[in-house]
Design a protein around this ligand. Sequence first.
Ligand code: GDP
Length: 303
Amino acid sequence: DKFKDGLTKTRDSFATKMNDLVAKYRKVDEDFFEELEEILISADVGVETVMELIEELEMEVKRRNIKETTEVVEVISEKLVEIYYGDAEEEVEELKLNQEGLSVILFVGVNGVGKTTTIGKLAHRLKEEGKTVMLAAGDTFRAGAIEQLDVWGERVGVEVIKHNEGSDPAAVIYDGIQAAKSRKADVLLCDTAGRLQNKVNLMNELAKVKRVISREVPDAPHEVLLVLDATTGQNAMSQAKTFSDATDVSGIVLSKLDGTAKGGIVLAIRNELSIPVKYVGLGEKVADLQPFDANSFVYGLFA
Ligand code: GDP
């Protein structure tokens, strides 16, 4: 299926290394764990998460009196899944939408991470579920951003509310909400500019946009989704930190997971930032956005 195909790079790289490791060591010892640690870190699982995993593994290996490396592989998947979910209640952490009326979703993230593409793909997904979707072109800062969102709107057949470049993002989103209300739309997806250079500006701009949204729609925004580019590894982690300092991020979309052999970043993000990964981007086409299921992901790595 789509999920599996999109993860080919990560799986090929990881499975090869794991097979070599198991063949090389056979018996579980300190060197085995050390090399396993390196493999996981090189797959961008994140140092903190890897340390936690190795510690859990060592305990479990002792507890079950495991001697063969072939047996450890099974425990690795188990523990990775456990660490991933932590105290999360559901296996697939889906969008929180307003069931009674309009839902407003705000997208944040720096330029180039795949924000526009993600909005287009999510619009398509929601439309397929029978929802009426509209887009608000709140990235008024960048030349081309409005146009690009327009192209996606046309591609998936949803209306785009836009102003001219340079206008106030909060005003665009205000208009988007009014239009969505009058058309009785189910979901409004709002783009924003992703300028990280000036953190205070970013905070103020997002705060203003959120104020407008929550004034017009109670309990909105229903989600603030941060889009991160999986191919940027630790850079994505630091963007996540900056954005969650600037605003309440409710979920992450990890784009371009198909383009990296280091898909372990998804585990690091969930575990180290405690923000659910709601979707992953697995390609550039409309249907290439999938809910993230850590079970399939982790077990898929060894398949
Ligand atoms: P934005 O500047 O954040 O709005 O980024 P765009 O949506 O314009 O995406 C930047 C580039 O990444 C484009 O060429 C997209 O086609 C590509 N892209 C976005 N998402 C994915 C994905 O999940 N997989 C792959 N392979 N490419 C993607």
